[in-house]
Design a protein around this ligand. Structure first.
Ligand code: SAH
Length: 234
């Protein structure tokens, strides 16, 4: 994205343009990425179609554009990462998204996971604790035509005013399963949570049963940046 304006203007009035360049080369690379994800076991057609459609190269810095369709996590602003496409696809598939599901995402980051959820037909609420990323991603997603409900805040608290959620996806490594998020999950709801500190996390699928009790299923090892407390401004 390119923004121009003078220092004396309020930032909101800057003129911002994004070069939405999405050609045959990018589309071809996305088809290859979808094949890689299929080979790794992703079979949810809605998820695969979302990945085939969304221009991931626009979610990363232009210097990393060449790597955007490799199945790898990449650096974004504020020392954070855009998750590996396989991880995004895996977490989305785990949640068995149905059209109209209310989904809460913790960790908006680049907005890519939110875009995938929207393309799958979910109504998306997303929380980000880093102000710099929050501001940047809000403008960017709107330019691409995506409009999740975005909140600057601490994901440990969830969004009680919008609960219950049919699905919750945490996209940072959680050292505990946040109590507030368990409460905000609808009966019959599913939560995907990368659990644990250190280098590697266990992906856990939490299901809230009709009687309000929970089951947990381990779904394999993944790596995430940590889920931190509170909010951060630059
Ligand atoms: N879903 C993102 C992945 C971003 S990485 C994407 O598709 O690009 C994880 C993000 O979680 C980071 O942006 C980080 O700032 C954010 N985060 C970490 N702890 C958080 C918390 N307690 N509440 C909200 N966001 C949090």
């Amino acid at each position: 994205m390119q923004c121009t304006g003078s220092g004396s203007m309020p930032k909101e009035t800057y003129f911002c343009t994004m070069l939405i360049q999405d050609g045959y080369a990018e589309k071809g690379m996305r088809r290859q990425l979808v094949q890689i994800l299929k080979d790794k076991g992703i079979s949810d057609e809605k998820v695969l179609q979302a990945i085939e459609k969304i221009p991931r190269h626009l979610f990363v810095d232009s210097a990393l554009k060449e790597l955007a369709y490799k199945d790898m996590a990449l650096r974004i602003a504020a020392g954070q990462t855009i998750s590996q496409p396989y991880t995004v696809a895996f977490q989305t598939q785990m949640l068995r998204i149905k059209k109209g599901d209310k989904v809460l995402e913790i960790g908006t980051g680049s907005g890519y996971q939110a875009a995938v959820l929207l393309e799958c037909g979910a109504k998306v609420y997303s929380i980000e604790r880093q102000k710099e990323l929050f501001d940047k991603t809000k403008v960017f997603l709107a330019q691409l035509g995506y409009a999740p409900k975005m909140v600057f805040g601490d994901g440990y608290k969830g969004l009680p005013g919008y609960a219950p959620f049919q699905k919750i996806v945490i996209t940072a490594a959680a050292p505990v399963i946040p109590e507030a998020l368990l409460e905000q999950l609808a009966p019959g709801g599913l939560m995907s949570i990368p659990f644990g500190e250190g280098d590697q996390q266990k992906m856990i699928l939490v299901e809230k049963l009709a009687d309000g009790s929970f089951t947990q299923t381990e779904m394999g090892d993944f790596r995430f940046v940590p889920m931190l407390h509170g909010t951060q401004r630059p």
